[in-house]
Write a protein that binds this ligand. Structure first.
Ligand code: DX5
Ligand code: ZN
Length: 222
């Protein structure tokens, strides 16, 4: 009976990684009435083998929905305040927006989480497919969301790694009310596996932006 609760709050977060960066604000505008969060992938070419953009580009976005900024960067603590102020510029406020750092990049994870909270944003931590959830146990109570990657981060359009699914089950058991986000390889089939395991925040990039009818693609994930 406990397991049902999170199904009431499935949130869809399209990843703009697969959108047209040259028309980013039009792309956001077209999807935002239909989604709950807008997922922004920041990559540094070091932590992940790909580069996207930094805080100055985020600041120029126009985003009516809460933003979900996924930092796939080394030394994220150097840039957290910059991203928080970029979020304020893009969205008008930040208390409904998430900044996510990777556990693998944070030797002082507790301090980094407090740093995010001090900006007024919500704090989330991501783990790669090969990182166990136990790495988060001491900080679980401090978090607004945990992101379990279901691909190795860096690129859109990769295949969903099913062996990550037990992490959602275990996290849901330990923290029934925590937002659990899934990112990587989500489509109309894999979303079912993720939600059944306990995920309630659904990131999808290529599935949504590669679809002929993006609104229909978003609705098919609910
Ligand atoms: C991957 C990014 C994802 C990516 C997902 O490194 O973190 O957010 O955009 O893309 P799809 O949904 O195509 O796997
Ligand atoms: Zn992401």
């Amino acid at each position: 009976m406990v397991r049902q609760a999170h199904h009431d709050r499935i949130l869809i977060a399209p990843s703009i990684l697969s959108s047209d960066f040259g028309r980013i604000n039009e792309e956001i505008k077209a999807i935002e009435p239909h989604c709950d969060l807008v997922h922004i992938d920041v990559m540094d070419g070091h932590f992940v083998p790909n580069l996207t953009f930094g805080a100055p580009v985020v600041a120029k976005m126009k985003c009516g929905r809460p933003m979900d900024v996924h930092l796939m960067i080394e030394n994220p603590e150097k840039y957290i305040e910059d991203f928080a102020s970029a979020i304020s510029k893009a969205h008008g406020k930040k208390d409904d927006c998430y900044i996510t750092v990777h556990q693998e990049t944070c030797p002082h994870l507790h301090r980094t989480i407090q740093q995010i909270k001090n900006t007024g944003c919500k704090a989330a931590v991501a783990i790669n497919p090969a990182t166990p959830i136990y790495a988060l146990e001491p900080v679980l109570a401090d978090l607004d969301m945990v992101l379990c990657m279901t691909v190795n981060p860096g690129f859109g359009g990769q295949e969903f790694i099913e062996s990550v699914l037990p992490k959602f089950k275990e996290l849901r058991r330990r923290a029934p009310n925590l937002n659990l986000e899934v990112d990587g390889g989500i489509n109309e089939k894999t979303v079912k596996l993720a939600v059944k395991a306990g995920a309630n925040v659904i990131v999808a990039g290529s599935y949504i932006f590669g679809a002929k009818d993006r609104v229909k693609a978003i609705e098919s994930l609910r």
